[in-house]
Ligand binder design. Sequence first.
Ligand code: 1GP
Length: 240
Amino acid sequence: MSVYQNILAAIENQEKLLAVLIDPDKFPVEKTRGFIEKVNVSVATHIFVGGSTVEAEATEVLVNEIKKYTKLPVVLFPGDVTQITDKADVLLFLSLLSGRNSDYLIGKHVEAIPKLKDTNLEVVPTGYILIDSGAVTAVEKVTGTKPLSRDDIQIVKDTAIAGQFLGMKLIYLEAGSGAKNALTKAIIGMVKKELKIPLIVGGGIKNSQQLESAYKAGADLVVIGTAFEENESFFDTLRK
Ligand code: 1GP
């Protein structure tokens, strides 16, 4: 079964999914084994790898290392074409639907094809929607786009549905890595109500209460990065 089919099956069984995000730019590769051992005994279901700015070979080195220690699917969540490696299981083929920079809507995708066409990587088209979290995020800086306002839920909702109509298989609502304010239940709930495809939520989720609240609001898969980077004992509260 593909990673995407597994996600659909989990949702069908009313299971909630949790991805641990590792940014190759910030994560010392020698810490991989100890870190992944903690991931393995936690409720995490996926490992996402990616960052806004990452050195050319760093992603592949890290993915190879992660793969030594876990059976969990490794999902590329790339900030750029250089982060694509066939050592991972699946690639989120992200379109930044909240922005109007054509590079991040189609340009980078065309650039990626020579790298992708001879691999067995599963490719999942994903609508990526950045929402204002009160501070300028790395995504905003790198892509030169503005996030959607969190007060305009209608636009957020319409953007997500437009992504679905364009054929995206996932929608990722993003508050930005290390966001001071995670997305509200209201935004998550309103988007989820209208969507027929799985909903990923991430950015600024730092504890189990916020995680539960995102699930209750309708997130199918939650992504957490910074909270694990800053405090690995967070895993202790998320044991299987
Ligand atoms: C960032 O949504 C992810 O792209 C995770 O955010 O690092 O704030 O957990 P955090």
